[in-house]
Design a protein around this ligand. Sequence first.
Ligand code: HEC
Ligand code: HEC
Ligand code: HEC
Ligand code: HEC
Ligand code: HEC
Length: 249
Amino acid sequence: MIGMVLAAAAVAALSGGQGGPQPGPANHCVSCHERLAATTAGGHSFLDWRQSPHGQGGVTCEKCHGGDPAQADQQAAHRGVYSSREARSAVYYTNIPATCGACHTRELGFFKQSRHYAQLETSGRGPNCVTCHGSMATHVLAPNEMEQTCSACHNAQRGPSPTAPIAARYLLELMHQVDFSIAVTRQLADKSGRAARRAAVPYLDRARGSMQLARQSWHSFDLAEVETMLMRTAAASGQADSALGGGKR
Ligand code: HEC
Ligand code: HEC
Ligand code: HEC
Ligand code: HEC
Ligand code: HEC
């Protein structure tokens, strides 16, 4: 009960006008659900949505659930909205990649190349976007959580690929390290003289582009390929550091 009161207060504070971009005035999904008590049934709460990159980025309910946000009446608004347990729902687990992929086209493109996608299509098994991101993408799994999630299906008792979880954990740690090295090199460049900065910028740009691609191609689950990309990214970041005179520091 206290939790519900606190959640309601937080919603009120967040919708007080200062928070992220406000959804359009006519979105009745948001304005009606905002007033409902927090649901306890699975999925996510209103507050989860509000605080997520989607809530902050103006991705309103109907973008994932369907329905008509221009209707103030519950029944009219809900036309096309179904429980995630129904196969016709846009958020039924086998429909989730297409729903999310309508906006995240690159991630979907890579995911379609994976065995996981094929499994999802044929047997309905295997992870979908929500397995790793949660329905609100409030977070991406941390490396140790990643290992646990993968182990539910990839373990010594049940194949395939019992080593995939530890490999995934290692790759994710590596991804974060390379990300960090790019960020630090960029800060160094900002504080360096003009000539050194100029020499470093092309490598930094290359590193950033390559990092972005590695992050997206991760969704193909071709772990060896992702590792190659990360090594290439790290090399570009190292070249940027050398151009800044890293060796002399
Ligand atoms: C006038 C109020 C109102 C509006 C407008 C409204 N909803 Fe709802 N919605 C509710 C209520 C109340 C429930 C609780 C379940 C019930 O009683 O049907 C609910 C339930 C839901 C559920 C859970 C469905 C289930 O079967 O578990 C989803 C998803 C949902 N709404 C999404 C939306 C979306 C998307 C929109 C806009 C297109 C929207 N709602 C507009 C009041 C509203
Ligand atoms: C980025 C996509 C996305 C957005 C935006 C989104 N949802 Fe959801 N929602 C989902 C997914 C996916 C599920 C299925 C449960 C799960 O896997 O966590 C879900 C589940 C739910 C549920 C539980 C009932 C069920 O069918 O499982 C409700 C209620 C709900 N959402 C309401 C809303 C409301 C209200 C909004 C807007 C304030 C909203 N959602 C915005 C993706 C989204
Ligand atoms: C209508 C378009 C749209 C849909 C549908 C959508 N997203 Fe997003 N997504 C966005 C926007 C906009 C952002 C925030 C801006 C950004 O960081 O790119 C975002 C951000 C993200 C992020 C990055 C979060 C971060 O911290 O950088 C992830 C992960 C994500 N979405 C996953 C999903 C998943 C999973 C689904 C389906 C359940 C989904 N998205 C559905 C538009 C969408
Ligand atoms: C097995 C786990 C897993 C699955 C399944 C998964 N992702 Fe991801 N996703 C990740 C990881 C890990 C990252 C990178 C996180 C980081 O940068 O720290 C990521 C990053 C992202 C990003 C941010 C990319 C960027 O450029 O910053 C988006 C958007 C995204 N995923 C969307 C999706 C969508 C859409 C699906 C379903 C088609 C999906 N993901 C399925 C694990 C997953
Ligand atoms: C819900 C169960 C499930 C989860 C969770 C899961 N996988 Fe899988 N994965 C499968 C299945 C089933 C296959 C087998 C597909 C096949 O044999 O065609 C597979 C195949 C793979 C393959 C390809 C193996 C090969 O022989 O080419 C890799 C790599 C992989 N998974 C990595 C991961 C990683 C990394 C994670 C965690 C982020 C993960 N999986 C989470 C079910 C799962």
